[in-house]
Design a protein around this ligand. Structure first.
Ligand code: SF4
Length: 248
């Protein structure tokens, strides 16, 4: 594990937290979605976190947040028992009303995942990453996020922002989320995973856009490989997310 890399990562985290507190991920990201703290009602916290994580891929943080809050107030009480009686059509209507994308697919997967939780996991979230990925619609990224949020197990959550921004800054040179996850697991201190993921997302949401990075306004320009050389250079040098890397 490289201490130079971990020092660079720590510096990025400290600068981004200080300079971009208004990034959507800080206001409406996964940790802000549950209505209870983990120690107040752990089972409810996990159930609500499931919805936040499940509905987050390919959706803006503000939309996911609003959709989840609609769902939480639509079912009373918000328990696995209540949800297990809900139909795909009920979920789909709420998602459509919230203008959440992929409403039909999400609804089908949510109903199947709840059924699995009831039948195989005692009405709760599975306890291991492998079991988590047996829930329909839960891939490596969502499983990592849920293990981190709900079971305090540290895994790196790599979305398209983390892949693109992490590569431009010079933390990794991976072309897919799967390879980047593996790189982080081997080369970065686990205690930095949660903050690093959120801070790379914050940069991606604010200045480090896919097509037009605004390096002149970026708080980490001085320690960013791409920013120091004031890209864009050739497009093929960048990590362009593939279809595979966008998988949940
Ligand atoms: S300096 Fe440019 S390329 Fe580097 S993180 Fe900032 S916006 Fe992205």
């Amino acid at each position: 594990m490289s201490s130079t890399l971990n020092q660079k990562v720590s510096k990025i985290i400290s600068i981004v937290k200080e300079s971009t507190p208004d990034a959507p991920v800080f206001k409406h990201g996964a940790t802000s979605i549950p209505t209870v703290k983990p120690d107040e009602d752990p089972k409810l916290y996990r159930l609500q976190s499931f919805f936040g994580a499940k509905l987050s891929p390919q959706s803006k943080d503000g939309v996911t947040y609003a959709t989840c809050r609609r769902l939480f107030s639509a079912f009373e009480p918000f328990t696995i028992e209540t949800l297990s009686k809900a139909t795909e059509a009920e979920f789909e209507k709420i998602l459509i009303d919230a203008r959440h994308g992929f409403a039909k697919t999400h609804s089908r997967q949510i109903v199947a995942a709840i059924k699995k939780m009831v039948e195989d996991f005692g009405g709760d979230l599975p306890r291991t990453r492998e079991e988590m990925m047996t829930l329909q619609g839960v891939g490596p990224k969502v499983a990592n996020l849920l293990m981190q949020l709900c079971w305090n197990e540290k895994h790196m959550v790599v979305d398209t922002h983390c892949l693109r921004v992490g590569s431009r800054i010079g933390i990794h040179s991976c072309k897919t989320a799967e390879k980047a996850m593996d790189f982080f697991e081997k080369n970065v201190d686990r205690d930095l995973f949660e903050d690093l993921s959120v801070c790379l997302i914050a940069l991606g949401q604010t200045v480090c856009k896919s097509q037009n990075p605004q390096c002149g306004e970026c708080p980490v320009k001085e320690i960013c490989n791409f920013g120091k050389n004031k890209g864009p250079k050739k497009k093929e040098e960048e990590a362009v997310p593939t279809k595979k890397s966008r998988r949940e």
